[in-house]
Write a protein that binds this ligand. Structure first.
Ligand code: AMP
Length: 212
């Protein structure tokens, strides 16, 4: 499997990637997770990325392209699920070059479509495990014990960029800078649109059906 999970923040890319990883054993590559790890470890990349991330801005292309290439170089035969990358046309083009070098072209770009009102609801109620990265939602996917990850018992966090001002900015950035990437993949004939509404399992079934 060699796919991109595409969609606005809050569309459920991380949730679906986590389910796909279990089913297909492919590597889950999330540039957002890699950046948050760099921020937590106060690496040079992390220090550079933090101010962009806190405001809901995109981290510069060269930084995220380097991260994605590094992760892609180490994936095994089961392939990869890219989550949150690419987010600009420049990133999409760099990805094509990197995958051509590895002789592993993309098979599909799954676009999870959700309207803005629902995205705000999902993002403001989202909680994430900083340990195993499992995503939760206070209403639609609560934990068994309050505030603690079901999988690894780590205390959940409410991301800084899931606060109202940052959410509004992330949606604006998505509409202005990221959504044009859809046209890029549509012209290549590998874009698959999915109405990402309903329960997590219903959406997963739709994704699995499209992937065959
Ligand atoms: P995510 O967890 O995918 O929503 O990413 C969180 C934040 O990390 C984004 O709001 C951006 O600031 C940054 N980020 C993650 N992936 C990218 C990317 N491909 N290009 C630029 N910035 C990114």
């Amino acid at each position: 499997m060699r796919i991109v999970l595409f969609g606005p923040p809050g569309a459920g890319k991380g949730t679906q990637a986590s389910l796909l990883t279990q089913k297909y054993k492919a590597a889950h590559i999330s540039t957002g997770d890699a950046l948050r790890e760099a921020v937590a470890n106060k690496t040079e990349v992390g220090l550079k990325a933090k101010s962009y991330m806190d405001k809901g801005e995109l981290v510069p292309d060269e930084v995220v392209i380097a991260i994605a290439k590094d992760k892609l170089a180490s994936v095994g035969d089961a392939g990869f699920i890219l989550d949150g990358f690419p987010r600009t046309i420049a990133q999409a083009k760099a990805l094509d070059v990197a995958l051509a070098d590895l002789n592993k072209p993309l098979e599909a770009v799954i676009n999870l479509q959700v309207d803005d009102e629902e995205l705000v609801r999902r993002l403001s109620g989202r909680r994430v495990c900083p340990g195993c990265k499992e995503p939760y939602h206070v209403e639609s996917k609560p934990t068994q014990a309050e505030g603690v990850c079901d999988k690894c018992s780590t205390a959940l966090i409410h991301r800084d960029d899931d606060q109202p001002d940052a959410i509004r900015n992330r949606l604006k950035v998505y509409n202005e800078q990221t959504s044009p990437v859809l046209g890029y993949y549509e012209s290549k004939g590998i874009l698959k649109n999915i109405a990402a509404v309903g329960g997590i399992d219903d959406i997963f079934n739709k994704v699995a059906e499209v992937l065959g």
